[in-house]
Design a protein. Structure first.
Length: 189
């Protein structure tokens, strides 16, 4: 079981998480009824380009719960599942900083990055967007840059990878990590 998540952020006077969305996945099955979505409180002005990109406006975030409360609910939802995200290092950095600032504890979840997996499958691609991955797997792109909808598209990509892993004979996520490590080492030589 894993959890696919995405957060909407922007850079202004420092980075700000505006919303977090997640969906649970069991095997190759997206659990559409098990989702998490929350705006995050923000009192500042949201840049016009961010509003256009995400659809998030000040009214959405002014009455939203503070990040500490949203994170508590997110972690309760996530439990101890492996987290999956597209360009996961970006997402992890925000959660790491938020954990340090609000809880004074390190971020501890295991994370899998679908962008990294795609680059191993399609080695000629260097920086691949969520849109490109969706096109590769014929996954419809809907409501792009909405945290929950991006999480659902990433979940669909993850399910495609799980299908590929099962067909290739992998039994566990550790089997996949070992193979990825071997491929990375081979590419460096």
């Amino acid at each position: 079981m894993c959890l696919i998540w995405k957060q909407q952020v922007f850079s202004g006077k420092g980075d700000q998480i505006l919303s977090i969305g997640a969906v649970k996945v069991h095997g190759m099955q997206i659990e559409e009824k098990h989702t998490f979505y929350s705006f995050v409180q923000y009192e500042g002005e949201i840049p016009v380009d961010v509003k256009k990109l995400t659809g998030i406006v000040e009214e959405d975030v002014r009455a939203a719960p503070p990040i500490s409360e949203v994170l508590i609910h997110f972690y309760q939802f996530a439990e101890n599942r492996t987290l999956v995200a597209h360009h996961a290092n970006h997402e992890k950095n925000f959660l790491t900083e938020a954990n340090k600032e609000h809880f004074r504890i390190p971020f501890k979840h295991r994370i899998v990055d679908t962008a990294m997996l795609f680059q191993l499958v399609q080695r000629e691609q260097i920086a691949v967007s969520l849109d490109e991955c969706c096109r590769f797997f014929s996954i419809p792109v809907q409501k792009r840059h909405h945290a929950l909808e991006d999480a659902k598209m990433t979940a669909a990509i993850w399910c495609e990878y799980v299908k590929m892993f099962v067909e290739s004979g992998y039994k566990t996520l550790m089997d996949v990590f070992i193979k990825l490590s071997q491929l990375k080492q081979g590419a460096r030589r």
